[in-house]
Design a protein around this ligand. Structure first.
Ligand code: 2AM
Length: 176
């Protein structure tokens, strides 16, 4: 739970409008036939580092790290529709992870440790969560890849309201 002095935060790649529209067209015919919780398009993103509840000095430290990263811009082909049966997560991801993206994740998770961040022990998985608690899915259709030129990364605030999680981009850093 958030209180006045902490915020639930994560670093992410935030879909631009073109990619969001293309993914809306791609996902609607798929998710309408599956029972589960559909993640609304305005919440779609790729998490780079989940920070959890952080206080103001920690947030400022993490913002300084983000500003020092100086990552490179890259092309991502979202070409893999998949399902994790254990968690019921339906997701869109990429068969090829650009080195530039992996470098960005590694740099963030290394440098954020100076602010008290505990890095993921699992390898980074590029994914946009489309559904949670999805019922058993036997077959997923082939998809037309969505190309995305990723030009920035963001710090996002997560709050819970009666309809679920609400995400708000609070700062962006350009990839050049
Ligand atoms: P997910 O979509 O794969 O579940 C905000 O909660 C974002 O951070 C979600 O995209 C979620 O990924 C990701 N995340 C990673 N680790 C998390 C954790 N321990 N708790 C909640 N969200 C986490």
């Amino acid at each position: 739970m958030s209180n006045n002095s902490t915020e639930r935060l994560f670093f992410a790649l935030w879909l631009n409008e073109d990619v969001r529209q293309a993914l809306t067209k791609l996902s609607q015919p798929v998710t309408q036939n599956i029972q589960g919780k559909i993640i609304p398009p305005e919440n779609w993103h790729i998490t780079l580092a989940f920070l959890g509840e952080v206080d103001i000095p920690t947030k400022q430290c993490m913002q300084q790290v983000a500003a020092s990263v100086q990552g490179r811009c890259f092309n991502l082909s979202l070409d893999k529709l998949s399902y994790w049966s254990r968690t019921g997560i339906l997701w869109l991801g990429a068969n090829q992870i650009p080195n530039t993206l992996q470098d960005l994740v590694t740099r963030l998770s290394t440098d954020l440790q100076d602010c008290g961040y505990h890095p993921e022990t699992r390898p980074f998985k590029t994914h946009v969560t489309l559904m949670r608690r999805a019922n058993k899915i036997k077959m997923l259709p082939p998809i037309t890849p969505i190309r995305w030129t990723v030009e920035d990364f963001c710090l996002v605030r997560s709050t819970l309201n009666s309809s679920g999680a609400h995400y708000e981009v609070i700062e962006r850093w350009l990839l050049t």
